[in-house]
Design a protein around this ligand. Structure first.
Ligand SMILES: [Zn+2]
Length: 449
């Protein structure tokens, strides 16, 4: 925890690399938890308001140039009013076997008021059954009160009392959201450069996953490559992070620009698509290893930039730390798993297109469940990088075989998964435009188009 409000707010504005920041909510919670009385409280409120104004006006730590916050809803009137409210927030856990009424009574409501609340909720959401493990939260004053019950991931039942009448409605669960644009350039390695741009490691990993079908992050990155990422973090009414997603991303790798937009199809499934609606997913991942070294930041500089595919060497080598997970590049079945001469611990997968197979050598160990005949899905971890067999250092030897012959994986045609359906293209395009504008608003150095 930070020591004061200013640190809290301004550090979030600069998005330092360490922990995930939760600007508003922390603030709101801090407010809620304060229970000072009398003048001290008002003095504090005034002081904090001044700090907020100062921070909003651009005070505090100077922002990292490559990071900009484009859109914030975190100083809504609501949050400020809360500070002045007489009552404090309460959360009450719903225990196993609990009904709504006893929980509400533990929160200080009378039996009859609990009944009124249930009645008010009924038309929009029945509280006859409540889920254990969830919480009711809210606050109540002399004449007014509010209550939240999370209905599901996206929605909350919101109950308010005014003039002694309870009203209920279903609201989006998000109380706060924050979108940010991060931009950076590869000068050393992705993780360090992304952290420098303000991204946390989890977001960086998501970025790698989004482009996993197009970019080989172990072998293909070059100094001068650029990335731009639009993230959105959502917080619930109690200030807890409920989701953090990449809404759009752009990666320029060796002069080639790749773009991805997060989109929810009409059936509710979520995926990443190119701006023209093509799925980012393809039959094969670009690489069986995502990271060369993730834990030791000191040796991240690539030591073997291009150990290429030559006639003598029928595969691609991935220098990576011992224990780095190895992923199946496509769906298929394990047709061999065991020791194989110079390959050491070796796995061969036959893919859905049965003329295609992929081979993985020098493993330290196999992943659980990897044996002859096992089914694997694209992205499944099949084993871990090692140096078994004839290997001078830890690396993965990877081969893509067509009809049993190793070929250069670059020559493999990788079909894209189902695109955005034509009937949804109008909505999709509108969303693309929106994300594009958000990206441009963040940083103007690159153009979308
Ligand atoms: Zn090799």
């Amino acid at each position: 925890m930070h020591k004061d409000f200013a640190a809290k707010v301004s550090s979030s504005a600069t998005s330092r690399r360490s922990a995930r920041k939760r600007p508003v909510p922390q603030l709101a919670i801090a407010w809620r938890r304060f229970s000072l009385r009398g003048s001290g409280r008002w003095l504090l409120a005034a002081l904090a308001s001044l700090l907020l104004i100062w921070v909003l006006a651009g005070g505090g730590e100077t922002s990292v140039a490559s990071t900009s916050i484009t859109h914030e809803e975190w100083i809504g009137a609501e949050a400020v009013q809360e500070a002045a409210a007489e009552s404090s927030w309460k959360r009450e856990l719903i225990k196993s076997g609990d009904a709504a009424a006893p929980v509400l009574m533990r929160m200080g409501y009378s039996r009859s008021e609990a009944y009124d609340i249930l009645q008010a909720a009924k038309p929009v959401y029945s509280l006859a059954k409540v889920r254990s493990g969830r919480h009711f939260s809210g606050r109540k004053g002399e004449t007014s009160a509010e209550l939240y019950y999370p209905v599901d991931y996206d929605r909350v039942l919101y109950l308010t009392k005014s003039h002694n009448v309870w009203k209920a409605e279903i609201r989006p669960r998000t109380a706060f959201s924050q979108t940010q644009v991060f931009e950076g350039e590869i000068t050393d390695n992705l993780f360090t450069d992304a952290a420098r741009a303000g991204m946390d490691d989890r977001t960086t990993m998501t970025l790698v996953d989004i482009f996993a079908w197009d970019i080989d992050f172990v072998r293909d990155l070059r100094n001068g490559d650029r990335f731009r990422v639009l993230t959105e973090e959502r917080f619930d009414a109690e200030g807890r992070l409920i989701s953090s997603v990449i809404r759009a991303a752009e990666f320029i790798n060796q002069g080639e620009t790749y773009r991805a937009i997060r989109y929810t199809l009409a059936d509710g499934s979520v995926g990443y698509y190119t701006p023209d609606g093509t799925s980012m997913r393809k039959t094969y991942l670009k690489a069986p290893v995502k990271f060369s070294r993730i834990s030791s930041r000191f040796q991240l500089r690539r030591k073997h930039p291009v150990l290429g595919f030559t006639r003598a060497h029928r595969g691609v080598d991935y220098a990576a730390a011992t224990g780095t997970p190895i992923h199946a590049v496509g769906d298929g079945r394990v047709v061999f798993s065991g020791w194989k001469g110079g390959y050491g611990r070796f796995v061969l997968i036959r893919h859905v297109n049965s003329t295609h197979s992929t081979a993985y050598g020098h493993m330290r160990s196999y992943a659980k469940g990897i044996r002859n005949g096992a089914r694997v899905r694209q992205g499944d971890v099949i084993g871990y990088v090692g140096m078994s067999g004839l290997a001078t250092g830890p690396h993965l030897h990877f081969e893509f075989r067509v009809n049993g012959r190793a070929i250069n994986p670059l020559n493999i045609k990788r079909d894209s998964a189902t695109p955005v359906p034509a009937t949804q293209m109008a909505r999709f395009r509108a969303e693309v435009e929106q994300q594009k504008q958000a990206m441009i608003a963040g940083v103007n150095k690159l153009t979308w188009g």
